[in-house]
Design a protein around this ligand. Structure first.
Ligand code: SAH
Ligand code: SF4
Length: 345
């Protein structure tokens, strides 16, 4: 059971199992847990008063022990490409950003799993801002719900590519994604929910034992140890060798294929040597490579690769049998693209 930050997040500090255990601890019948989950994450009410099929005494008890707070949108920025970025505030004034990306009848919501991030990747705006606090399951869920409400559209996909490292807040992240996946919640298919990690091995291992088929993405960004250590110092202790074998085990256990995120940075990870190392790393393992253009980050010395480099990388990878996509970035004009989300207080 996850029960982080109950003072700050109240009832939203609980994951699905936490709600079941809460009801047990209050000697309420089992079906009450389902009802409460539906009110909170299906109907998404903002007060216990609205939970009309729960006994008054139970509502009063809950109100007293675990208040019901709701996050609110304080700012929306709209991109030319229809992407919208939201600044969202919690009851303790902590703020995070979430992004909504509509395309062809789909709505992808990109959520933050922490306020800030402690991993310190050199190319990422979030990493430069430092870490404030972990988010609770219901707080992360609120981001998804607020974006869906603003678009007036069903959420079809979720990615944890906002602020924060999901595997540094594993239980709460899984809790939020379960609420999104459950039929009492948003009923978003598990395969349409992607967890993106910078490569925390314990998280990869744990994810392979979960019953849901969530999709795994790993921020690779270099297959040369010295380069990766420089641009991703927070994961230097998890060497590329260990990362690779964790992913091979993950695929063996789940039958699923992880994807790699690789943002091409001029002169850093886009040289022929880096390309060969990437091809070597990806060959003979189940994976899919997403080549991303580096998004602009304030005060950063890194520049995106020159034209044509992504195509060269893609050709070399495909020749070696590695499935590869060159991904267009969305929302960069509103600083809402990958790695552009900064902390505001
Ligand atoms: N902490 C997790 C998830 C959030 S970062 C992770 O690192 O995977 C979301 C994605 O944006 C990651 O793939 C990250 O590597 C990428 N990213 C960070 N900064 C970027 C930038 N400046 N340009 C393009 N992608 C970036
Ligand atoms: Fe954190 Fe991910 Fe940014 Fe690295 S890329 S600093 S892990 S949010």
């Amino acid at each position: 059971m996850t029960r982080i930050l109950p003072d700050i997040a109240g009832i939203k500090s609980l994951d699905p199992q936490g709600i079941v255990e809460l009801m047990e601890s209050l000697d309420a019948p089992r079906f009450r847990a389902k009802q409460l989950q539906e009110w909170l994450y299906g109907k998404r009410v903002s007060s216990y008063d609205e939970m009309t099929n729960l006994p008054k005494a139970l509502r009063a008890q809950l109100e007293q022990d675990l208040p019901l707070y709701s996050a609110k949108v304080v700012k929306v920025a709209k991109s030319k490409d229809k992407t919208r970025k939201y600044l969202i505030e919690y009851s303790d004034s902590t703020m995070v950003e979430a992004v909504g990306i509509p395309s062809k009848g789909r709505l992808t919501v990109c959520i933050s799993t922490q306020a800030g991030c402690s991993m310190g990747c050199a190319f990422c705006a979030t990493g430069k801002g430092g870490f404030t606090r972990n988010l609770a399951p219901g707080e992360m869920f609120d981001q998804i719900a607020l974006v869906a409400d603003d678009f007036g559209q069903r959420v079809t996909n979720i990615v944890s590519m906002g602020q924060g490292e999901p595997f540094m807040n594993y239980d709460a992240t899984l809790g939020a994604l379960r609420f999104a996946n459950m039929k009492e919640g948003l009923n978003v298919g598990a395969r349409h929910i992607t967890i993106s990690t910078c490569g925390i091995l314990s998280g990869i291992r744990k994810l392979s034992t979960e019953s849901e088929q969530f999709t795994l993405a790993v921020s690779l960004h270099s297959a040369v140890q010295a380069t990766r250590d420089k641009i991703m110092p927070g994961v230097a202790k998890f060497t590329l060798d260990r990362l690779r074998s964790s992913l091979v085990s993950y695929s063996e256990a789940t039958g699923r294929r992880p994807s790699f995120e690789y943002a091409l940075i001029n002169g850093i990870n886009d040289t022929p040597n880096e390309r060969d190392a990437l091809v070597e790393f990806c060959s003979k393992m189940l994976c899919h490579v997403n080549l991303i253009g580096l998004n602009r980050v304030p005060e950063s010395r890194f520049k995106p690769s020159k034209q044509g480099v992504a195509e060269e990388f893609a050709a070399a990878l495909r020749k070696a049998g590695v499935e590869t996509t060159i991904r267009a970035s969305k929302g960069s004009d509103i600083a809402g693209a990958c790695g552009q989300l900064i902390q505001r207080r």
